[in-house]
Design a protein around this ligand. Structure first.
Ligand code: FES
Ligand code: FES
Length: 183
């Protein structure tokens, strides 16, 4: 048995040490907001945070994250109230939704590192693939969350925001919009 800290809760899982974290999260912990896309660290659909760092969980052996703080899309907020989730909803970013949990996790990591990113910062950091081509809305939503978008308020909210780290409750909008049967 391995002990993991997922969204602020300790969970015990029975998995081979080399099992990718993605599959442990989805199949044992029951958090299906994190998606499988490529399985080879290329698309970003499986992005989570480990000790605050963006990681692609499809290539992360579960044994490597034992004792570390894992945050999934479900752990960003209990009610989709994280500023990035709110910006995503405001800009109606998702199309099919499949990639969007990973996109949001990547955006949160970017804004933690650079609370006022430029377009280039966003383009450089957001390497996740969206087969629906929502990149323009992703960029606009990141600017909105950063307070640098047209019509935004005066400042970034990101100096106030970290992982919720508490309850793993509802999935984000992106997870909710994944087509039925595609959990
Ligand atoms: S599923 Fe992990 S990067 Fe594509
Ligand atoms: S919204 Fe469909 S893959 Fe990104």
């Amino acid at each position: 048995m391995l002990s993991l800290n997922v969204n602020g809760k300790t969970v015990s899982v029975d998995a081979e040490p080399g099992t990718p974290l993605l599959w442990v999260l989805r199949e044992q912990v029951g958090l299906t907001g994190t998606k499988y896309g490529c399985g080879v660290a290329q698309c970003g659909a499986c992005s989570v945070h480990v000790d605050g760092q963006l990681m692609r969980s499809c290539v992360m052996p579960v044994s490597a994250v034992a004792g570390k703080r894992i945050t999934t899309i479900e752990g960003l907020s209990a009610d989709a109230s994280h500023p990035v989730q709110k910006a995503w909803a405001e800009f109606d970013v998702p199309q099919c939704g499949y990639c969007q949990s990973g996109q949001i996790m990547a955006a949160v990591a970017l804004l933690r590192a650079k609370p006022k990113p430029t377009d280039k910062d966003i383009d450089d950091a957001m390497t996740n693939i969206c087969r629906c081509g929502t990149y323009q809305r992703i960029r606009a939503a990141i600017h909105q969350a950063a307070g640098t978008g047209k019509g935004s308020g005066n400042g970034s909210v990101f100096h106030l925001v970290g992982d919720a780290g508490g309850t793993a409750a509802v999935a984000a909008n992106a997870a909710d919009r994944t087509p039925a049967g595609d959990a």
